[in-house]
Design a protein around this ligand. Structure first.
Ligand SMILES: *[C@@H]1O[C@H](CO)[C@@H](O)[C@H](O)[C@H]1NC(C)=O
Ligand SMILES: *[C@@H]1O[C@H](CO)[C@@H](O)[C@H](O)[C@H]1NC(C)=O
Ligand SMILES: *[C@@H]1O[C@H](CO)[C@@H](O)[C@H](O)[C@H]1NC(C)=O
Ligand SMILES: *[C@@H]1O[C@H](CO)[C@@H](O)[C@H](O)[C@H]1NC(C)=O
Ligand SMILES: *[C@@H]1O[C@H](CO)[C@@H](O)[C@H](O)[C@H]1NC(C)=O
Ligand SMILES: *[C@@H]1O[C@H](CO)[C@@H](O)[C@H](O)[C@H]1NC(C)=O
Ligand SMILES: [Zn+2]
Length: 581
């Protein structure tokens, strides 16, 4: 008999009657012709104990200073007077308008456009006088900021903390919907409101508050601390972070930093396990806007062809939406690791055992992988973590009621899956355009290369496919099995278990995750493999809770102090060669 896993589990010795044999044969046919065999394999998978090498949880890590005197970090978190002062500092930062818009001219071209950042710089200098006195501050492209606090140990790679000064605009039509005006920085006893409160003046202020405090205490770092703030993250970062990265790479070299900690998700209650998880972003999807421009002969609309350029591009749009990108989930994707973490750290037993086993087999078992993909794809928020997204965002065509549209243009926005790339995305796009072109006898030029030409081209028209930017590959994935990760997650355990949620009964697990959006970190890839999009503070739901880019952007102030406390402990904890890989 074929050795089924079933046999090991329940050996049988009983002789079969002929009826029994017949039913056994039927059973075997059903077993192998349906998914029953696949389900059985999952069923007999064992769930490893916590100490396995799947999503291991390191020890909490506190800096030595904490054991000598824990009063400063406790003051940050719990002292009323300190809280009041901190509210004032963040509120003041929100009150200074640093909105930016798309397609702003360069700083040199139009200094006036960017002048408002001057006010922001003045505010920072006034609010953090000791930072400006004792730490080297330089500007890049006028409004980019780099703070360098030289450490005594040249051998230790510097740490880079980043945030951005700019915010997205407040749309005038929404002004009356805000509970408190967006540039007032109002604190209502629990939340601080305003544009930038959560994205991400909170991070910028928490970093400077931490540096100011360390300077006041006469701290002497061994590891150099660098902080850098761009000023156009919300419109591609080309003028800010991109130039800052150049300066940093020239000064320090490639792969010269210990880690980069930029804005990102933090801690929240996991919707599946209902326990607190930390989710440092260790990856980031790629990005490309692909435009397709169809030019056809014009003419009078009283004698139209069967299909105008608008009709043909509409057909293309229909085809694109009918054919979404396939999901793909491999161990390369941080989301894969995230699910593995859930499977082995579920103290409240919220995940059905069978689903846990499915997750655990998903690395090498096609059937289990498909089941997991199916589950992830059911939810719109998680669905796009494992596939390239496509969104038809702009369409233009036609100018006049009695003239045929000579030109129609479509822009499709793509966020590229971790396992895919820009070239594959373009290839996929070309294929659909060629399909439509064949039907209408059109030429296709893609990125300046003719990719389709009809046999008997009669001048019916040309599709031109291009992008206004080069496209961005998905980010190199940050390791989550090294010492740098151990310190990042260890300090998180320390701050949130020892100081914030003091009566929590399970370890706070850090699990890798990805951002579907892009941040300034895209410019910092050359500086280190260890890039974290991570703002460790607790919010019940990262997506719903903060009104990011929207009306009533707000931040629960406790969260701000947690972030500040985390930076304070983290900078000291990694200030040793032991924290290096
Ligand atoms: C802070 O230090 C004091 C004095 O050593 C100690 O009693 C207290 O338990 C510490 N608090 C925390 C949260 O570790
Ligand atoms: C809102 O209105 C103000 C004043 O009228 C104007 O300066 C600003 O550009 C407008 N903002 C947006 C986003 O349209
Ligand atoms: C490629 O095409 C774009 C527009 O589609 C054009 O601006 C650019 O000059 C072309 N590049 C080359 C090398 O021909
Ligand atoms: C981490 O995992 C990667 C990929 O499996 C491996 O190549 C690397 O050696 C591991 N690093 C450490 C420090 O264990
Ligand atoms: C922790 O304990 C306090 C006091 O015993 C209680 O009020 C609070 O709800 C507990 N918090 C959690 C998260 O269990
Ligand atoms: C990173 O280094 C490569 C190779 O030297 C260079 O081409 C690229 O421009 C650098 N990337 C950034 C974002 O600076
Ligand atoms: Zn941001």
């Amino acid at each position: 008999m074929i050795g089924l896993p079933l046999d090991d589990a329940s050996p049988r010795t009983k002789k079969y009657t002929s009826v029994g044999a017949a039913s056994l044969i039927i059973f075997l046919i059903v077993f192998f012709s349906t998914n029953l065999f696949e389900y059985t394999k999952i069923f007999f998978t064992t769930i490893p104990k916590d100490d396995s090498n799947i999503c291991p949880v390191g020890k909490p890590i506190a800096p030595a200073s904490f054991y000598k005197d824990n009063s400063t970090v406790l003051t940050i978190l719990n002292n009323e007077e300190y809280r009041e002062k901190s509210i004032k500092r963040l509120s003041g930062a929100i009150q200074i308008d640093t909105q930016i818009f798309d397609n702003q001219p360069d700083v040199d071209e139009s200094p006036k456009t960017w002048e408002k950042f001057e006010n922001f710089h003045k505010y920072l200098k006034k609010t953090f006088p000791l930072v400006y006195e004792q730490i080297e501050v330089e500007t890049v492209n006028t409004y980019g900021l780099i703070y360098t606090w030289k450490g005594s140990a040249k051998k230790l790679k510097p740490i880079l903390l980043t945030a951005h000064q700019d915010t997205v605009p407040v749309q005038n039509e929404t002004l009356d919907k805000w509970t408190f005006p967006p540039f007032e920085g109002h604190y209502d006893g629990k939340f601080i409101y305003g544009r930038g409160a959560a994205d991400c003046k909170n991070v910028l202020i928490a970093i400077l508050e931490t540096l100011e405090l360390l300077v006041i205490q006469g701290y002497k770092p061994e590891r150099t601390i660098v902080a850098a703030f761009g000023f156009d993250e919300e419109s591609s970062g080309l003028r800010g972070a991109s130039r800052i990265a150049e300066v940093l790479e020239n000064k320090w070299g490639k792969d010269s930093f210990y880690a980069v900690v930029d804005e990102g998700a933090g801690l929240s209650k996991d919707p599946i396990t209902k326990t607190v998880f930390a989710n440092p972003g260790t990856g980031e999807k790629g990005y490309i806007d692909i435009l397709v421009d169809l030019t056809t002969p014009g003419g009078h609309s009283s004698i139209p062809p069967d299909h105008t350029s608008i009709g043909i591009v509409s057909e293309l749009g229909y085809l694109i939406e009918k054919d979404p990108f396939e999901p793909i989930l491999t161990p390369e994707n941080p989301i894969f690791e995230y699910f593995q973490c859930l499977a082995v750290h579920d103290p409240k037993n919220k995940i059905p055992k069978f689903f846990k086993k499915t997750i655990l087999r998903a690395a090498y078992d096609k059937f289990a992988n498909a089941k997991l993909v199916e589950a992830i794809s059911k939810n719109r928020i998680t669905k796009y973590l494992i596939r390239t997204s496509q969104a038809l965002d702009i369409i233009n065509g036609g100018v006049k009621a009695n003239a045929l549209p000579e030109n129609t243009k479509l822009l499709v926005n793509h966020r590229i899956a971790i396992e895919s790339n820009v070239a594959d995305t373009i290839k996929h796009f070309n294929k659909r355009v060629i399909e439509v072109a064949k039907e209408h006898n059109l030429k296709v030029v893609s990125f300046n290369e003719t990719v389709y030409e009809p046999k008997e081209y009669n001048g019916a028209g040309v599709f031109n496919i291009y992008s206004t930017h080069g496209g961005l590959e998905s980010a190199p994935v940050t390791p989550s099995n090294d010492t740098v990760w151990k310190y990042l997650s260890g300090v998180t355990r320390h701050v949130f278990e020892d100081l914030v949620f003091t009566n929590i009964s399970y370890p706070i697990v850090s699990s890798p995750s990805i951002m579907t959006g892009n941040t300034d970190t895209r410019y910092y890839w050359n500086l280190t493999r260890n890039i974290f999009r991570y703002s460790p503070f607790y919010v019940e739901s990262f997506i719903a809770g903060m009104g990011i880019h929207s009306v009533d952007e707000r931040l629960e102030f406790d969260g701000h102090l947690q972030l500040h406390a985390w930076f304070y402990e983290y900078l000291q904890a990694i200030d040793t060669a032991k924290a290096d890989n």
